[in-house]
Design a protein around this ligand. Structure first.
Ligand SMILES: [Zn+2]
Length: 267
């Protein structure tokens, strides 16, 4: 079924929000930040907050806004009776008033005509859409202080995927030290086929099987891409979850994560 939200998106990569704003309240993430964004984080948050507030007062519903630097998905949303969850490319942070209204009409009111206004705006903003990084090779280093992700990846690929997963893997950059409420341990980008693992895992207290589990999880994203229908994104489809449970130390890995979350959050 052709859904309004699909028109503005191709296959969505596992998204890394640049900023997230909920109503008037700021909820910045501590995820790995992609490169190539000129504005400072504080500035992004302030502008995301302002935009979320505008949309929220226009629609009279709480708006949870995540600002992204995606290459293919410029607009996606999930709407329920109590909240509008919206993911927008950062090009929308300084969009003119008619475009902001079109965002509200399209995502908040299901107005498909407004989708055309967004398409036009996106076409005019092409230069702001991040292109394939040329320095990606140098940028993605699998060798950490304690774990070599490439050898873990190769072993897992042989053992569980008959060598069928094609991806590059490396450690993400350490985000600025700040008190974290949540942490994203891995990210898979469908377009570049790159897996990045959070550097908080590169330490001796972390058991190898746990790092392996996170790598395994990100590899599964290549096999089971997130589905996108009715403005609703499913990051981990059922087949994904079933396959994930086949990891021999699945239970142990979840337990370790639960019991050591504080260690990881401290960075
Ligand atoms: Zn995942």
């Amino acid at each position: 079924m052709a859904d309004a939200s699909n028109r503005l998106s191709a296959v969505p990569p596992e998204e890394v929000p640049l900023a997230e704003a909920f109503h008037e309240e700021l909820a910045p993430t501590e995820d790995l930040l992609p490169e190539g964004v000129e504005s400072s984080r504080e500035e992004l948050w302030a502008r995301a907050e302002a935009l979320a507030y505008r949309l929220s007062s226009e629609l009279r519903i709480p708006v949870r806004l995540a600002v992204t630097d995606n290459r293919s998905t410029m607009v996606s949303f999930r709407r329920s009776s109590s909240v509008l969850q919206l993911r927008l490319h950062h090009m929308f942070l300084d969009a003119p008033e008619p475009v902001v209204r079109a965002v509200a009409d399209y995502a908040g009111r299901g107005n498909r005509v407004a989708g055309g206004v967004l398409d036009d705006y996106i076409r005019g903003q092409q230069p702001r859409i991040r292109q394939e990084r040329h320095s990606a090779e140098a940028d993605l280093n699998p060798q950490g202080r304690y774990f070599n992700l490439q050898s873990l990846f190769d072993e897992i690929n042989r053992t569980y995927f008959q060598g069928g997963i094609q991806a590059r893997i490396g450690w993400g950059r350490m985000p600025p030290r700040r008190r974290r409420k949540s942490i994203r341990l891995g990210v898979y980008d469908h377009q570049t086929r790159e897996i990045r693992i959070h550097p908080a895992l590169d330490r001796p207290e972390v058991p190898t099987y746990f790092v392996e589990f996170i790598v395994f999880h990100e590899m599964l994203h290549q096999l089971f891409p997130s589905s996108n229908g009715n403005g609703r994104r499913v990051h981990h489809p059922r087949a994904f979850r079933d396959r994930e449970k086949a990891f021999p130390l699945y239970g142990a890995a979840l337990r370790w994560e639960r019991e050591n979350l504080n260690l990881l959050l401290r960075g």
